[in-house]
Design a protein around this ligand. Structure first.
Ligand code: NI
Length: 188
């Protein structure tokens, strides 16, 4: 296994439409998945798409960390999942803003509108068909990773650029807001 180099925003591989995986259980795909899992874990990410490691194929991995799950029945924590040749269908009209980062856009975060509920299909690393519904973080991370297969990065989905910033600054601002609220409560 190996930790792979992650393409950063500006690299053309992130803007192209990726090709279908001809044989999801081929040895080279198995090796790619193992390397992607190691790369995502090393970077402490929750999702990684093949184009982000310079492989323009329709394949991504993701997980729902316990601390990011919304607790909804279709958004429970998961181990690392593999989705090959996926399709994603948005269910309903409900959109919510979710805070996203991307390993290809290091140091930044933004609030991005995403469908709350989706249905997705594909095959896993064993070539077994996958079909499920997801909400919340699970739905959001799948939409984010699926976009990578079509050459779409999260800033291309944004509507309010005031909700875009460096992770450190956003955390500092949130901390200052929390302190202001605590001080106001103390005065009351
Ligand atoms: Ni990303």
């Amino acid at each position: 296994m190996a930790i792979l180099k992650i393409a950063r925003m500006g690299h053309p591989v992130l803007l192209q439409r990726a090709a279908a995986v001809p044989d999801p259980t081929a040895p080279d795909i198995r090796r790619l998945i193992a390397d992607m899992v190691e790369t995502m874990d090393d970077a402490a990410g929750a999702g990684l798409a093949a184009p982000q490691v310079h492989v323009p194929l329709r394949l991504f991995i993701f997980r729902v960390p316990a601390e990011r799950s919304t607790g909804d029945a279709d958004d429970t924590p998961t181990a690392t999942e593999v989705l090959i040749n996926p399709s994603v269908e948005l269910l309903g009209t409900e959109m919510r803003l979710r805070w996203e980062g991307c390993l290809s856009i290091p140091g930044l975060r933004a609030a991005v509108p995403r469908a709350w509920r989706i249905r997705y299909t594909g095959v896993d690393a064993e070539g077994t068909p996958v079909a499920r519904e997801a909400t919340g973080f699970h739905a959001g991370v799948v939409q984010h990773e699926y976009d990578h297969l079509d050459g779409i990065l999260y800033p291309m989905r944004m509507q309010d650029f005031s909700l875009f910033g460096f992770t450190e600054e956003l955390a500092r601002a949130a901390q200052m807001r929390a302190e202001a609220v605590a001080a106001a409560e103390q005065r009351a």
